[in-house]
Write a protein that binds this ligand. Sequence first.
Ligand SMILES: Nc1nc2c(ncn2[C@@H]2O[C@H](COP(=O)(O)OP(=O)(O)OP(=O)(O)O)[C@@H](O)[C@H]2O)c(=O)[nH]1
Ligand SMILES: [Mg+2]
Length: 318
Amino acid sequence: MSADGAGLGARLRERDLSAAPAALNLLESASASDRRQATALLREVSPAALGGEAAGHVIGVTGPPGAGKSTLLSALLKQWRARDQSVAVLAIDPSSRRSGGALLGDRARIDFDAGDRGIFIRSSAAGERLGGLSWATRAAAHALAAAFEIVVIETVGVGQAETDVADAADTVLLVVQPGGGDALQFLKAGVMEIPDLLVVSKADLGQIAAQTARELSAALRALGRPSVGVFAVSAVAPQQGIEELAAALAELGAPGRVAERRLRARRASAISDYAHEHGARGLRALGGRRAAERLLEARDPGLDSAALLAALEEAAGL
Ligand SMILES: Nc1nc2c(ncn2[C@@H]2O[C@H](COP(=O)(O)OP(=O)(O)OP(=O)(O)O)[C@@H](O)[C@H]2O)c(=O)[nH]1
Ligand SMILES: [Mg+2]
């Protein structure tokens, strides 16, 4: 028998954190009846049901294998819990694949107090692409944001993972190791457009982290993104830069900024679904992409991307 999707969604909406494990099981299930219940769950945590955006700040933490993402998250978790903020972490585990980076023995797990009810952590296997996000992860992040104050998605990768996580998260934090290698790779992959914050990890290893941070700041200025914060951080004792990073994240989690970003993401996703479905001809029927954007801007901001897609199709007479 399937779990009661609507019931689980309602519990999340009422910020019952103990509903998280069953909600995740349901969203990750492939059976047809579970998929129906998953849809019911998501309806209960939609902006329409919530009367606005889910309050949680969805933070994507990404970067190459071994960059220090999990260790950084362990340190951030302590900061957040010290402020009594509830945190859910969805860690996409690529260990079943050859990621060509950190030795498996060298990877740290996220360190947390298993008895702490304000923390929920779930690891899922990576999908087809390294770092690519599955439907279940996107849906889970969205649903958990109704209940938890902070929702983190940890993914590994260079390239596609960043774009994927940028679609699902309100804020993207990119972690790179000190030294030129990682940073250069990101510049080459053209993903410097994506992060809202950049962290150079392992600052305790010496001046090279500060040097890398300066180089990255210069690269971001050259790209016309001077407002992206760059932090040199040590997540192991003696910790360095963690409080400053947590403060910068809190600023990016301001409800106004998050709502604006989600609204833009839903509209962009509806237009790309529409273009995928109906091609250039479909876009012409609406008077072009810009006209499609204007059409969506005139709609109720609480509509989800499926409803926005339907609005585009209706306007085009499709
Ligand atoms: N010296 C030092 N080592 C660190 C720091 N952060 C992480 N490490 C080490 O770097 C290695 C990789 O750290 P992880 O946190 O597992 O890195 P990750 O990015 O989560 O790795 P994957 O999940 O495998 O991609 C581990 O041996 C950590 O102990 C740091 O601030 N200073
Ligand atoms: Mg990790």
